[in-house]
Design a protein around this ligand. Structure first.
Ligand code: NOJ
Length: 563
């Protein structure tokens, strides 16, 4: 069997949200055999690795990020034989498999938590348990130990009568956080990673891994309890725990990516500097908060492109200067679709409409910046937000909580629904659009989550092999990542597009004599561009059919010049 040894700096990762990718047995849920069935499609697209979201046994309170058994396959998604077959079939096509490791918390249904609840002290020491504030004694919960709030709204503490304690959960109450100060927990987590490595997995994505090291003293945060997230992020022992995990599980040198919540640049440099032997690269999210009014995810605002540029510049140049490495992405299963977010609502499915231009402009940016690009399933087709017309169509725990919270704050149901339409994680989780037919060709049954109405225009069947389609655009970008040294390895520096182009983000990549200049407009009006020094350069690619007029970028135009 060919081995998968690729330079992650030249690679492209494709994220598969297993539940929504391809259903092989008509039960409405995507599954592992479904992925195997689509490997030729993925090989044709040209991607190097597939990151699979969790398919382990789980009560599905958070769609599999609540794991009840780390070393098994949930029968909903197939069998261990199906998994082995997928790994082997992907390998034959030169594609590696990356698995999602959810090691910051388990499900309350995990054996460890069950044992803890049945009185096993050994397993009680796996979790973060505290007495209540103002408790009158055993059996009296009192109040939660601190004012911390979990990511999905409400207290980050849950009273468990069988324990006679509160347990900490940074996410849903069904996701108790593990206590990484316990060496046995760290060893058990390394065993999980080793288990999958030994089954032929070639890389890993670590879920909220920068939240594993809690502050030495767990106490109230000043102001709103949601601020506990920044307090817990990048905690005192996180680098040490990560190095230990990587070493013990034997994955140093494999492609790895950490999901870093509320992180900062200095820590991400440390997570990803090769000499530190932690991870290959990190995901940060600051660039996807530029449309949160006042920093509130559930308050709508237009994306602030000046801020977006500044965040990207800081992370691109800062990671480079520190010797770190970025994962590049716009979409994933926790984000609304970027095409909708950044203005591509017009002419869905039509070449030359804002949908087409925005999708191609965004992918040009993420593929030509410095780092490793990630394609989230359906990006390559130009998939957009779900467009659901009722709250009943949503499934996600975070979205349902947020909807209730918005009503509680005084929003009308219509207003709250509008916010969901823009911000719900389900916007990124709708079934993959394979065809224009029923169930978008994702399932022959009833899909677990409604398909987006635009699957009739936006789908693989309509795009693969069609000149000028989004799919063929992505194929071209992926090929460029593989063949161009300056794209994969060149230095990056952001350029000033000029005061008449505040919504244009421009940067250059250089390697020896090679120079690439990229300009991407987020403006829906034409704008004048300052001289970016491209006179002696030729247009390498652009998302309009003709070349740009000198000094002008049209709405949502993306151009790359090379020399
Ligand atoms: C990040 C995952 O991407 C998200 O889907 C999940 O809800 C949280 N981590 C908790 O595991």
């Amino acid at each position: 069997m060919p081995t998968i040894e690729k330079d992650f700096r030249r690679s492209v990762v494709y994220q598969i949200y297993v539940k929504s990718f391809c259903d092989s047995n008509g039960d409405g849920l995507g599954d592992l055999p479904g992925i195997t069935r689509k490997l030729d499609y993925l090989a044709h697209l040209g991607v190097d690795y597939l990151w699979l979201t969790p398919f382990y046994p789980s009560p599905q309170k958070d769609n599999g990020y609540d794991v009840s058994d780390y070393c098994a396959v949930d029968p909903r998604y197939g069998t261990m034989d199906d998994f082995d077959e997928l790994v082997a079939a992907a390998r034959e096509r030169g594609i590696g498999i990356m698995l999602d490791m959810v090691l910051c918390h388990t499900s309350t249904e995990h054996e460890w938590f069950r044992q803890a609840c049945s009185g096993e002290e050994r397993y009680q020491a796996y979790y973060i348990l505290r007495d209540g504030r103002g408790s009158a004694g055993p059996g009296d919960p009192g109040e939660p130990p601190t004012n911390w709030e979990c990511a999905f709204g409400g207290s980050a503490w849950e009273w468990e009568p069988r324990l006679g304690k509160w347990y900490l959960h940074m996410h849903d109450a069904s996701q108790p956080d593990l206590d990484w100060t316990n060496p046995e927990v760290r060893e058990a987590c390394a065993d999980v990673v080793r288990f999958w490595r030994e089954r032929g997995v070639t890389g890993f994505r670590f879920d909220v891994i920068n939240l594993i090291s809690k502050p030495e003293v767990i106490e109230d945060v000043p102001g709103p309890g949601a601020a506990c997230r920044s307090l817990v992020a990048d905690g005192p022992h996180v680098h040490e725990y990560l190095r230990e995990l990587v070493e013990r599980s034997g994955i140093d040198g494999m492609i790895t990516v950490g999901e870093m919540a509320s992180t900062d640049l200095a820590n991400c440099v440390r997570y990803t500097r090769p000499d530190d032997h932690e991870l290959s690269m990190s995901f940060s999210f600051h660039h996807l908060k530029v449309d949160y009014a006042g920093g509130d995810k559930w308050a709508l605002a237009e994306p602030d492109i000046v801020e977006l540029r500044e965040v990207l510049r800081e992370w691109q140049e800062g990671m480079q200067d520190g010797g770190g490495w970025n994962a590049l992405f716009w979409d994933n299963h926790d984000q609304p679709r970027a095409i909708t977010r950044f203005g591509g609502r017009g002419g869905v499915g039509e070449r030359g409409g804002s949908w087409d231009l925005v999708g191609k402009m965004l992918s040009t940016m993420s593929f030509l910046m410095k780092g490793t690009p990630y394609v989230f399933e359906g990006d390559e087709l130009g998939m957009t937000n779900a467009g659901y017309d009722s709250i009943e169509k949503y499934d996600d725990v975070e979205s349902k909580n947020a909807y209730r919270m918005l009503l509680g704050r005084g929003s009308t149901p219509d207003e709250a629904l509008r916010v969901m339409g823009e911000r719900s994680r389900d916007n990124g989780r709708t079934p993959m659009q394979w065809t224009a037919g029923p169930g978008a060709g994702f399932t022959t049954g009833e899909p677990w989550l409604g398909v987006s109405a635009n699957h009739e225009q936006v789908n693989a069947e309509a795009e693969v092999g069609v000149e000028g389609s989004m799919f063929e655009w992505y194929r071209g970008l992926i090929a460029l990542r593989h063949t161009s040294d300056v794209v994969a390895l060149g230095d990056v520096r952001f350029l000033d597009a000029g005061s008449a182009a505040p919504k244009v983000i421009a940067f250059e990549r250089t390697l020896g004599e090679k120079r690439l200049v990229v300009a991407c407009s987020f403006d829906d009006e034409p704008c004048e561009l300052t001289d970016l020094g491209t006179d002696d350069m030729t247009v390498l690619l652009g998302n309009y059919a003709d070349c740009p007029a000198e000094g002008v970028l049209r709405p949502y135009e993306a151009v790359a010049w090379s020399r």
